[in-house]
Design a binder for this molecule. Sequence first.
Ligand SMILES: [Zn+2]
Length: 332
Amino acid sequence: MSHFVARRATALLVAACLAAACSSDARSATDADGEPNTVPAAPTSTSNAAPLPTTTAPPTTAPPTTMLLGTTLLATTTTTPPPVDPSYDDIPIGVCDTITDGAIGYRNDTATIADEYEQIGLSAQGRPIWAEHWGTPDGPQVLVLGQVHGDECAPAWFVQAIREQPPTTFGIWLVPTINPDGLAAHTRRTADGIDPNRDGFRLETPEARAVMFATGRYQPVLTIHVHSPYQWVGSHNGGLAREVAGAMSDAVGWGPTPNAGRVRNGDLAFLWEGQELVIPGHPSVLIEFPAVAEGESPAPPDPSQKDVATVAAVATQAKLMRDAFYEVMDHR
Ligand SMILES: [Zn+2]
C-alpha cells in the first residue's frame, strides 16, 4: 500500500508541478504520461498538410443465394450477412492481444459496428488510421484517442466499453489507435522513432497530423486521451474537461484530478496542446489506466512507478468511467 501511495504521490507531484508553471530547470524529468521530455531529434521536414479523408463504401448486401437440386430450382433465399467493420483487418494484432489472460487488442470484436468509419490518416508505414462514429450524429461530438503509445494495452478496455455501449444523447468519434505501427511492433513511439504525444506542435509525424485533422474535421467539444500505466485522471483547459475527469475519478476512487499539463520544453508539446491551435481553449481529459501486465508500457523513465492491475479490474474501471462520462454529457 505504501508503495502505491508513493508512486501515486510522485505522479501527482509531477502533474501538479506541470500545472503550476514550474521552471524547466526545476521540474521533474518525467511528464504527464511518463516520457522524459528530452527528445533530441531535430525537426526534419514539417508539413501541416492534413491527409484527405477516405470514406469507406457502405457494406454491401450479399446477392440472393439460390439452391439448386438437379435442374430444379427449389428455393431462392436472400441472406443478409452480418455487417462488416471496414477497419477490422487494418488494425494490427500485436502483443496487446496476447499480453495476459483475457487480453484484448484494439480491433472491434463486439457484435456491433459503428455507424460511420473514416480514415483520418496513414501511419508512417502506411497503415490506415481509423475513426469510428458511435452515438448520435447531431449534437455535441467527443473525440476519443484510444491508444497513442503503441505499447499501452489497458486503454483497449475503454475502447471496447464505448463500442459495447455507445452514447445516446451525443456522438463519439473513436480512434482506436492513432499509432498502429507502434501497436504492431509494441513500441511506445511511432515507426519514425518519435513520441507522438510530444509532437503536438511540430507535427512531424503523420500520426499527430491525423489527430489535428480529426480535431478540425469533427470539431469536438472535448477530447479524451487514453494512456497507461499510471493510475490517475487529469484535465486540460478546465470546464467540461475538469467536470468529466472529476466524475471519472470519483467513479473509480482514484482521488484528485490534476491538470494534464504542458511539456514546456522548446517546441515539444502534448497532443492536447496542439489541439488548442486547431480549436482555441479546447478541453481535454487524460486517462492513465494501470497496466494489465508487466510487459505493458515500461513507465519511462522509472519503471518502479508503474501501476499494474488485473484485466478484470481495468475492464470494470473502464465501464465505470464510461458511465460517469456519459452521465456528465447527458446533463450538460
Ligand atoms: Zn502513453
